[in-house]
Design a protein around this ligand. Structure first.
Ligand code: ZN
Length: 147
């Protein structure tokens, strides 16, 4: 299977059946992410303990890339160490915005490196990750924007 086929398959799968979709009733932080240029509008809720992301869910609507990226992110960040999560978030964003080789921590998220070929879609892929980063940093503003 080529990377293009793998990419389409994973995007479609997560878009049809997003994982960890819904509202987290005991969330400690909720961050909304909007990407006006595409119409993506999602909300990431996390239950944070001092050193871990205990749980994470997302809701909202967006294009296939946005939804698939949020779904995969929720799998990767759920029950993860906050430091490791922060590193993964910056590695993911870096992969899409810089020409460098992806960090090994990226693993199968590497299929999203395809998105860097379409600069206008980079915001779609990074929206959920920006929201999670903002939640981790406990940014006072509940809304982040990639514009
Ligand atoms: Zn989008």
């Amino acid at each position: 299977m080529s990377i293009e086929e793998l990419y389409s398959e994973i995007i479609l799968d997560h878009c049809k059946r997003p994982r960890n979709y819904g509202v987290l009733p005991d969330a400690t932080v909720v961050v909304r992410g909007e990407n006006a240029s595409c119409g993506d509008d999602i909300q990431v809720s996390m239950k944070l303990s001092p050193d871990r992301i205990e749980d994470i869910r997302f809701t909202g609507h967006g294009c296939a890339i946005c939804m698939a990226s949020a779904s995969l992110m929720s799998i990767k960040l759920k029950n993860s160490d906050r430091t490791a999560a922060g590193k993964l978030i910056s590695a993911f964003r870096k992969m899409l915005t810089e020409e460098s080789e992806p960090d090994p921590a990226i693993g199968d998220l590497q299929i999203f490196s395809m998105v860097s070929r379409f600069p206008q879609r980079v915001k779609c892929a990074t929206l959920a990750w920006h929201a999670a980063a903002s939640g981790l940093a406990e940014t006072p503003s509940p809304t982040v924007s990639t514009d």
